[in-house]
Design a protein around this ligand. Sequence first.
Ligand SMILES: [Mg+2]
Length: 413
Amino acid sequence: MEKIIFHIDVNSAFLSWEAVYRLAHKGGREDLREMVSAVGGDTSQRHGIILAKSIPAKKYGIQTGEAIWEAKQKCPHLTLVPPNYTLYDKCSRAFMEILKEYSDVVEPYSIDEAFLDMSASCHLFGTPKETAEKMKEQIGKRLGFTVNVGISTNKLLAKMASDFQKPDQVHTLYPEEIQEKMWILPIRDLFFVGRATEKKLRSMGIYTVGDLAKSDLSWLKGILKKQGEILWGFANGVDLSPVLAEPIENKGYGNSITIPFDVTKEEMADQVLLSLCETVASRLRADQVQIRVVSVGIRYGDFSYVSHQNVLYNPTNITLEIYKTACKLFREVWNGEPVRHLGIHTARAKGERSWRQQSFLDEVDYEKLSKLDGTVDAIRSCFGMDSVMRTVFLGHPIYHMSGGVWRGSNSPL
Ligand SMILES: [Mg+2]
């Protein structure tokens, strides 16, 4: 039997959420969604990037992920608002809760997107299209923001469908509609085709999704290897991955995060890993345990998942030591494709011991690092999680202690 899969995507999530919040709680009269506006990191920082933009801002060519100074060049009168992760976290949870009223099988794909397997429950609400309309209406009525819903028989096609005309729309992309609705799209619109891949495909004479779908698979594989095969499958609407209700629970100490933008640079990945290590290591210390195994998990935009682990010479619960290992593992396993989800897991936890096997090659003063961590923990437990943070997180889009979906601070950074 064919499945019924929905992909629900909040329109300009961060910006919509901020707009709704301002209208409802701050007595705002202006709706950011109707203005040339964007959410961006600290404008005084060189690193600030655009995290979300309004539809009017999109008309100026402003893109998510680009530097704030670039966006300002395109549009000097752009209204910029700072990110507020606490708010996003609340909105995301409320959004996911509504989705769970429609299906037991809800897979959050990022903070503002989810896949639903509606095969078993759709008939309770009506046809797929009626159900999607109902869902969209409910979200609008109860939470005040709009979503796009894509309907199909697998995740890929549902995701492609939700990306058709925006905002506030329901679209279908059933296998029999692929030719008419998907093959006409420029190749860059195909899921998982980044800028580099687009360039490569165009140089091969492939300009539309249809061109790719009809091209010779062995020729493609010869040039693009495994990626060629995946993309060819996508262009033909093939995706066998199931909707996964909840990430598999890890018994050890771990943490993972779905990132609201594609991570394409090592430095950005490092920062996400550091924020995850902050939370994991502080939990280890709170429980007075040390771990021997560190593993890093990466989920790519095409839903594929890889992980890689390392056994440490000495058990540890030092943030920086776990972080260094995580960075090394990331570099060993990352294939360079955009990353959507990053996780760190640890294993072989045992009660803390105060001594460590010294190596002649050690240049690090572990005792000092351990004391530093203890002091930071003590300050945080007295004055709150945001009372002390590494300066590397100042003005960056990544919250300094990541966990769950997004956990944010109310600090004005
Ligand atoms: Mg979205």
